[in-house]
Each structure stands twice: as structure tokens, then as C-alpha cells.
Ligand binder design. Structure first.
Ligand SMILES: Nc1ncnc2c1ncn2[C@@H]1O[C@H](COP(=O)(O)OP(=O)(O)OP(=O)(O)O)[C@@H](O)[C@H]1O
Ligand SMILES: [Mg+2]
Length: 360
């Protein structure tokens, strides 16, 4: 005969993280979903104060005095010693009718980190696209008169004796330089020529080029997952992406330091796309390019994928904007995190078709 599982067993099997605190707000019980969220065992977490976990939770300063649940949205949860994640938190006082007071507090947590990340990325992508369209429009408009200017300088040069062509040569040279810049701003319009490729082969080729440019004071370390499957992308575009990121790293390290190339498989990943919003993929390839250079300042970090944002005197600030554009054309996503001594650019590229649409 089938019997219903006990409430304790149900608590164990809930996919929502649930924590139980005593009236003085010390943790007494936590289910496995909670342990997974906090990345620590129940034993290690036992007795910890609620405000250590939720330093901003107003409800816990004056815990509810009725049995009705109270929800706080977008709270920081301190994943001890590592980082903070954002959660929605519902607190219910387990009410004792006899004493007319709460005998314990039940806290349910929903991780909203990924949802927030996607919303933020989507809004950044839209802003980014608007800026890029504006720049493309401007670049297009400048190209035509520039062509005329260069042509006129060439005609003029032909009329002049050789020893008087110094100024026309400057005009032609500068017009060419501007033309190159505008071509980069306009970006490539050809659709990606996708084929099944091995990521490690592309990484190896790019590494060789960068190694030649950087010299002996840069050490490359490869941490590859050998079981990585092939991916369906444009090999030349992936080459350009990796080359730009590695060149930036070498420039930031001033040709001296360590560059780690890491590959991994990611499962169940949501990737943001500017046109189609976020999509869920079952499998994706992750490529990390990590350097131990000076890092990127926080204010700069938010803008590095925008065109014309540069921290280098001789930079045009187009490299990463082109990189992001190429990755989106191949259905991928790029992220960056940085602190002094550790900057990591991460490229995600899906292995399969999207399984479902998320968000809007
Ligand atoms: N690995 C890194 N470490 C530190 N700073 C970086 C790193 N990668 C990029 N940056 C910063 O981001 C800025 C933007 O990079 P981006 O490639 O878009 O332009 P750029 O390198 O300045 O010019 P270019 O158009 O020639 O590539 C850089 O100028 C640099 O300040
Ligand atoms: Mg660059």
C-alpha cells in the first residue's frame, strides 16, 4: 500500500531552498536545496545568524509577529566567503497558538541571479546596438566625402612636380587611415560562414600568432577539456574574436605575464541575444581567456564593449565592440570579470539549437 512521504522527507526533496531559524535567528535546519544554494553543508551552517546570511534583510531586524508570510524581493544572500547572489526571500513565522508568538522562522529562497543577469544584459545589448547603429550611420556618411577628398588629392598630386607632393601625400595617407577606421566601425556585413570546427585548433592557431607578437616574456598555459565537442560557427570570425581578446591581454600586460586559455562544457545555459532575447541551450562551450595584468577599473568594465571606449593612448576602442558583434552573429555571448592580477574574458558558444525561449 502506498503511504505518503513524511513532511521531513518532503522538506528534503523540495527544489526551493528552505532554512529554519530559532526565535533568536540562529539556523537550526536547512534542506539540500538550501545547502546547494549556500555551497555549504547543514553541519557547517548550523547556528549561523540570519543577518550574516542576509545583511540587508529588513524583515529580520523586526521579524514578523503574525503567521502571515512576508516577502522581500532582490535581497543579497551572502554565500559565505565567496560572493553575494540575489534572491527573493519569503519569511514565515511558525506561530505557536499557545504562546501567541513565533516559535521559529521559516525562510524560503528563490535564486533570481540568472534572471537579473539576463535582464541587465538584454538592456545593455539594446543600448549597445543603438550606439552601434548611430556610429555605423555616421561612418557611412563620412566615407563618401572622404573618398572624394582622397580622389581630389590624387588628381592634385598628378598636377604637381614630385618634390611638391609632400602635402598631398599627407592628405592621402590620413584619408587612408580614416578609411580603415571607418571600415572597422562599419563592421563586416557578410553573414557567418558556419561549419563544424574544433575550438582547440582555432585557439592553437591564434596562440601561435600572439606568441610571435608578444615575445618570450608571455607564458601561455592551456587548460583544455579534451572531451569538448565541435561547434558550428564561422572559423574566421572565431579566430578574429580570440585574436582581439588575446591581443588586448598582451597589451594590458605590456608583453609580460601569464595567459591562461581554458575550455569547458556548460550545461543548461541562458544566453542573451539582442534580436531574439535570451534563449536556453542544453549544451554550450565556454572559452576563458585569463591574464594576470593590471585589470580593468570597475567604471571602465561596464563600458568596454561599447565602440570607441579605450584605455590605451593608441587604441581605437573598436576591438571588443567588433568581438561582441561577431559572437552575437554566431549565437554566443561574451562576459568579462576583472580585478588587479586576474582578468577573464569568457566566450560562450552554443553547441546545439536553443531548446526554449526565456523571458520576454
Ligand atoms: N585583458 C585586459 N586587461 C586590461 N584592460 C583591458 C583588457 N582587455 C581590454 N581592456 C581595456 O578595454 C579597452 C577596450 O578594448 P578594445 O579592444 O575595445 O579597444 P582597444 O584595444 O583600446 O583598441 P583597438 O580598437 O585597437 O582594439 C582597452 O583599451 C583596455 O583599456
Ligand atoms: Mg583591442
Amino acid at each position: 500500500m502506498n503511504t505518503m512521504p513524511s513532511p521531513a522527507l518532503m522538506f528534503e526533496h523540495l527544489s526551493t531552498a528552505v532554512l529554519c531559524f530559532d526565535p533568536k535567528l540562529h539556523l537550526q535546519a536547512i534542506n539540500p536545496a538550501g545547502e546547494a544554494l549556500l555551497e555549504l553543508s547543514a553541519k557547517k551552517l548550523h547556528g549561523i545568524h540570519a543577518l550574516t546570511l542576509f545583511p540587508d534583510c529588513k524583515c529580520l531586524l523586526t521579524p514578523p509577529t503574525t503567521p502571515h508570510p512576508v516577502t522581500e524581493h532582490g535581497l543579497r544572500l551572502n554565500v559565505l566567503g565567496h560572493h553575494f547572489i540575489m534572491v527573493d526571500c519569503t519569511i514565515t513565522s511558525i506561530w505557536s497558538a499557545e504562546d501567541q508568538q513565533g516559535s521559529a522562522f521559516l525562510v524560503e529562497l528563490v535564486n533570481i541571479d540568472q534572471q537579473l543577469r539576463l535582464t541587465r544584459e538584454e538592456s545593455l545589448l539594446l543600448q549597445h546596438q543603438a550606439t552601434q547603429n548611430l556610429l555605423r550611420g555616421m561612418a557611412h556618411e563620412i566615407k563618401n566625402p572622404l573618398g572624394g577628398l582622397r580622389g581630389a588629392a590624387q588628381l592634385l598630386a598628378r598636377e604637381l612636380p614630385e618634390n611638391q607632393r609632400e602635402y598631398t601625400e599627407i592628405i592621402i595617407g590620413e584619408a587612408d587611415r580614416l578609411q580603415n577606421l571607418l571600415n572597422r566601425m562599419l563592421g563586416s556585413h557578410t553573414p557567418p560562414q558556419k561549419e563544424w570546427i574544433n575550438v582547440h585548433k582555432v585557439l592553437c592557431r591564434v596562440r601561435q600568432i600572439v606568441l610571435t607578437e608578444a615575445g618570450d616574456n608571455v607564458t601561455f598555459l592551456a587548460d583544455y577539456d579534451p572531451s569538448l565537442p565541435d561547434i558550428f560557427v564561422d572559423p574566421d570570425q572565431l579566430h578574429q574574436v580570440l585574436l582581439n581578446i588575446m591581443r588586448n591581454a598582451i597589451q594590458a600586460m605590456e608583453n609580460q605575464g601569464h595567459l591562461i586559455l581554458r575550455t569547458r562544457i556548460e550545461r543548461n545555459l541562458s544566453l542573451s541575444h539582442p534580436q531574439t532575447k535570451s534563449k536556453q541551450y542544453r549544451l554550450a562551450v565556454r572559452i576563458d581567456i585569463q591574464d594576470d595584468g593590471p585589470g580593468i577599473e570597475e567604471t571602465m568594465l561596464e563600458q568596454i564593449f561599447y565602440p570607441m571606449v579605450t584605455g590605451r593612448a593608441e587604441g581605437t576602442g573598436l576591438g571588443l565592440s567588433i568581438v561582441q558583434n561577431l559572437i552575437h552573429r554566431n549565437n554566443g555571448m561574451i562576459q568579462c570579470r576583472s580585478e588587479p592580477g586576474e582578468t577573464v574574458f569568457t566566450v560562450f558558444l552554443p553547441i546545439e539549437k536553443a531548446t526554449s525561449k526565456q523571458g520576454k
